[in-house]
Design a protein around this ligand. Structure first.
Ligand SMILES: C[S@@+](CC[C@H](N)C(=O)[O-])C[C@H]1O[C@@H](n2cnc3c(N)ncnc32)[C@H](O)[C@@H]1O
Length: 295
């Protein structure tokens, strides 16, 4: 049976309540609906790759995860922390691609429980270990084998929610071994946002636009936190195309989507996808992949 949300938000703190204002995160049942519509709800085993188009909340699919495996040279001896692991898709694909060991850390209890359920259904519970909590406040000593124990930290489309970048990056550095890799994808500020963009970032994406770093500020926070060999790869154009096509496909598939999830969920996600397109086409919002090494 899929989970019925037993983990409390106390495990994750107040941020787990606040982030639910975002329309991407308040339709968790859509995963169950998708499984049912594909005849996977009661099957014995789910192929993790067959989940990729429903369990991933980052851009450009599994190619990003394959890039991370190659760049960080992840293998079966690697210990990886996936911050803001969502429904766990990234961690499961990492496990399939490399047999590495991953801690999948997720803030929202209902998403965490669904992720843990899906990992069990994919027979990957020995490689992917789910934990609920906030990367800013949890006891880092209790994460995996504790401080300086991870070979890599990955995080896709999560840091945008966390305004306290200095503390966040310091925590990433603390859990990494010397020489360990940070591999993230995130938003950054290319140039000043309009007032309505700041409002949309806040209301639609749970992102504080006034605190979103520019390229230079991001790099200086990374350096101050103990990272070097910093590669800041701009993804703005690629992501603008991706989110625009995502919206077009979503609208074209309206009838099928509503048959499975209903009109309310359709309209809620439509609003979210449109807001993201407007922000990227405005060109003040940027997308970035950052690869950096801990000293
Ligand atoms: C856009 S989703 C991306 C999920 C996943 N990385 C993926 O690519 O599918 C961002 C996730 O980050 C989580 N998150 C946000 N702030 C967090 C924090 N402080 N600690 C842990 N997770 C956090 C959210 O709850 C959400 O599930």
């Amino acid at each position: 049976m899929p989970p019925s949300n037993n983990t409390t938000t106390e495990d994750a703190g107040n941020n787990a309540h606040d982030i639910k204002t975002m329309k991407l995160y308040n339709n968790v049942d859509r995963i169950k609906n998708e499984l049912a519509s594909r005849g996977m709800l009661n099957s014995d085993f789910i192929d993790p790759m067959a989940l990729s188009d429903i369990d991933s909340m980052h851009y450009c699919g599994n190619s990003v995860i394959e890039d991370a495996v190659e760049t960080m040279k992840v293998d079966s001896t690697s210990k990886i922390l996936d911050i803001g692991s969502g429904f766990g898709g990234t961690s499961r694909v990492l496990a399939v691609a490399s047999k590495c060991n991953t801690i999948a850390l997720e803030l929202q209890p209902d998403i965490h429980e669904m992720a843990e359920y899906l990992t069990g259904r994919c027979n990957l519970s020995e490689l992917v270990h789910h934990k609920v909590g906030d990367i800013l406040t949890l006891d880092l000593n209790k994460l995996g084998d504790g401080l300086s124990s991870f070979d890599g930290v990955v995080s896709f489309l999560v840091f945008l929610h966390i305004a306290e970048k200095k503390l966040l990056l310091q925590n990433c550095a603390k859990v990494l071994k010397p020489g360990g890799f940070l591999f993230i994808e995130d938003y950054y500020r290319r140039s000043s946002f309009s007032a309505s963009e700041v409002e949309s970032l806040s209301n639609d994406l749970f992102c504080n636009g006034n605190e979103l770093p520019t390229r230079d500020v991001y790099i200086s926070h990374l350096e101050a936190s103990g990272f070097h060999n910093i590669n800041f790869i701009d993804k703005s154009s690629e992501w603008t195309t991706y989110v625009t096509e995502r919206l077009e496909k979503f609208i074209a598939n309206r009838e099928n989507f509503e048959n499975v999830h209903g009109e309310r969920t359709y309209l809620s996600l439509l609003h979210f996808y449109k807001a993201v397109v407007a922000l990227f086409t405005g060109q003040h919002l940027g997308g970035v992949r950052i690869v950096a090494e801990k000293h």
